[in-house]
Design a protein around this ligand. Structure first.
Ligand SMILES: Cc1cc2nc3c(=O)[nH]c(=O)nc-3n(C[C@H](O)[C@H](O)[C@H](O)COP(=O)(O)O)c2cc1C
Length: 196
């Protein structure tokens, strides 16, 4: 099973990165073929809203988005990790999401699929961390992820969200969270196999 794992934090070894490393280890332990993508290492411009994609669903900006889009479309499951920045995903993740407007245009405008029901079969896992304890801390990010996943036929299967973690190593004081992420990686593979 092919899985794409996306590191969305600017911190290479911060809290969400370590959660994602655990989920990747879990998925690999049950045989998944995981490709890891570190967004901060890609050349990825924000969307310019020129809608060149309305011609054929391809984004006109020439950068690393095209390889990334192929990965998203061809994977059988996706894991995305992002810290909460101002009650949203990181800027790196948001740039990727906005570029996926080209996939949205292809799916809903050019191929005219109905978006009244999201009934995708590929599972997606979202891992996120915030420093504070607000009740609604993850709502904005989770909604963005749900609709981002849909552009490549993926459903938000599970979110693991942890509050009160700020320092880069804070997650290490919570091995139970890392274990939960690892287990989610295992179950994601099982979900994907079940749905095929
Ligand atoms: C630009 C920026 C904005 C942030 N905004 C929030 C926020 O709105 N709410 C919150 O609880 N934490 C916020 N934080 C804290 C991060 O979510 C927190 O440090 C998290 O552990 C970072 O995860 P990482 O180590 O994976 O990057 C912000 C941090 C930065 C750098």
């Amino acid at each position: 099973m092919k899985i794409t794992a996306i590191y969305g934090s600017p911190r290479r070894n911060g809290n969400t990165a370590r959660l994602l490393q655990s989920a990747v280890a879990g998925a690999r332990s049950v045989g998944a073929d995981v490709t890891e993508i570190v967004l901060r290492d890609l050349k990825l411009q924000p969307c310019l809203e020129i809608y060149a994609c309305q011609k054929d669903g391809r984004c006109a900006i020439k950068d690393d988005f095209h390889g990334l889009a192929e990965r998203l479309l061809s994977a059988q499951a996706t894991i995305l990790a992002s810290p909460i920045f101002f009650y949203a995903v990181s800027a790196h993740v948001k740039a990727m999401m906005d570029r996926c407007q080209s996939l949205w245009v292809k799916k809903y405008r050019l191929e005219k699929k109905s978006y009244t029901r999201l009934d995708n079969h590929k599972p997606g896992l979202f891992l996120t961390v915030g420093a504070t304890h607000g009740r609604r801390l993850f709502e904005g990010a989770e909604m963005s992820v749900k609709y981002f996943f849909d552009t490549f036929d993926t459903s938000l299967w599970r979110t693991l969200a942890y509050r009160g973690l700020d320092g880069a190593d804070d997650i290490l004081k919570h091995p139970e969270c890392l274990a939960e992420a690892r287990q989610a990686g295992v179950e994601l593979v099982e979900m994907g196999q079940f749905n095929r």
